[in-house]
Design a protein around this ligand. Sequence first.
Ligand code: DQA
Length: 147
Amino acid sequence: MASILLLNGPNLNLLGQREPEVYGRDTLADIERRCRDQAERLGHELACRQSNSEGGMVDWLQQNAPGAQYLIINPGAYGHTSIALRDALLGLALPFVEVHLSNVHAREEFRRSFMLTDVAVGCISGLGAQGYLLALQFVAEQLREGR
Ligand code: DQA
């Protein structure tokens, strides 16, 4: 059994009510529950966290990365701006998959700069809540292969 982290960034606590035409109608609690259930089926443990602050995300990563094998992160807007998150992820050397509910490549120009994507194992963008489950499936496969 491996320990997988799921970290969601700013405003993702508002999922379900926040621009549902862009981000869907599932709440974060719905998504986390589905991910926990799937992780359990795959034989892994999933620790979930959401934070609206950059420092809160960095702190949680520093506290939880030791002992974890993989991270799935939707950094929200910080994915476009945060050197601090990038540094934390590089410093902790925890492999991660970046997830965005919306297709950030098909939106405003300012969403096309990426602070984390080039150091991620991969990125899923535009597949809605299903992106998290697909990321989890990929992570479980990686862990099975010992990566
Ligand atoms: C997001 C995309 C970001 O550009 C935005 O700032 C978010 C959500 C997504 O999941 O599609 O907060 O990460």
